[in-house]
Design a protein. Structure first.
Length: 295
């Protein structure tokens, strides 16, 4: 009985220590999430305004003049044989199914591109994604673990420039970006954004009409805006994924803290029942011994 009580006490202390860790991680993730969500909120209006301006500037006669807008033919029709999938995951775990969902989406897109005849180059940003594909035997063209959960415009530019250069040179036929769309801490679905070729807003897409005065010309403005649009698309995906990581970690750690609290209650009840049973048994032995002496 005594050894069983000691074992329960050890388990209770272990669960208490675990709960302290998960609660601390939950609070840290909540703090980081607030700042990451602010970055997402700041990035979205700019990206939407940029897309809106491009939609007003791009005309059908201009598409063929800019390589970033031009859609190459499929590999079966003599187009570029390679495509790129840029995958961003976290460097750390303990965030539920966050990374596994992103990896699943990347594998789905890789399989779809390979079915179209492309040879896919993988650009893995984050240790979790890079480690998974390294384990499965797929060699990544690029692995980076230095961006972390505080991406900058410089990081986005470093990723975008070689991809744009390869696309313009005709080496790549398509560039897709697998990242998270941050809706809320509880909703961080993985999505795929086609980065190249740039897709102008669809004809039926609702957008405000503006009366622009273009100087020096629409062509000169697009020459500057198109690379900026690509860099911004990657930057937005990076900041949304960072926010999604913190949201997923906060949710996972809150669930772990709640489970630890529930387990502690169960263990304490078991300990109290065993302790009560031991006291009752000792009292019964004392009463029985006293009765035997009186008899």
């Amino acid at each position: 009985m005594a050894s069983a009580n000691r074992a329960l006490l050890r388990r209770i202390r272990t669960v208490q220590n675990t709960r302290k860790i998960t609660k601390t991680m939950e609070l840290v993730a909540a703090s980081k999430l607030r700042r990451a969500a602010e970055r997402v909120a700041a990035a979205r209006p700019y990206a939407e305004a940029l897309r809106e301006v491009l939609g007003d500037l791009i005309a059908p006669d201009l598409v063929e003049r800019f390589p970033l807008l031009r859609t190459p033919p499929a590999p079966s029709k003599g187009g570029p044989a390679r495509a790129a999938v840029l995958l961003v995951t976290s460097n750390r775990g303990l965030c539920g199914a966050f990374n596994s969902n992103l990896i699943k989406e990347a594998r789905r897109r890789i399989a779809a591109l390979e079915a179209e005849g492309y040879t896919v180059d993988l650009y893995a940003i984050g240790k979790k994604g890079a480690g998974f594909f390294r384990f499965t035997g797929r060699k990544a063209t690029l692995e980076r673990a230095d961006i972390g959960d505080k991406p900058t415009a410089a990081h986005a530019s470093e990723l975008a420039e070689p991809l744009m250069a390869a696309f313009i040179a005709g080496t790549l036929g398509r560039v897709e970006f697998v990242h998270t769309r941050y809706n809320s801490p509880l909703s961080t679905p993985p999505v795929t954004t086609q980065v190249l070729p740039i897709e102008p807003p669809a004809a039926g897409e609702v957008r405000r009409q503006h009366d622009y005065l273009l100087a020096p010309s629409a062509e000169a403005i697009l020459e500057e805006l198109l690379p900026l649009y690509v860099r911004n698309a990657i930057y937005r995906g990076l900041v949304e994924t960072a926010a999604g990581e913190h949201g997923a970690r906060r949710t996972a750690m809150k669930s772990a803290t709640d489970n630890a609290q529930e387990l502690m209650g169960t263990l304490k009840r078991s300990y109290n029942r065993q302790r009560q049973a031991g006291i009752t048994q000792e009292l019964s032995e004392i009463v029985g011994g006293a009765a035997a002496l009186e008899g």
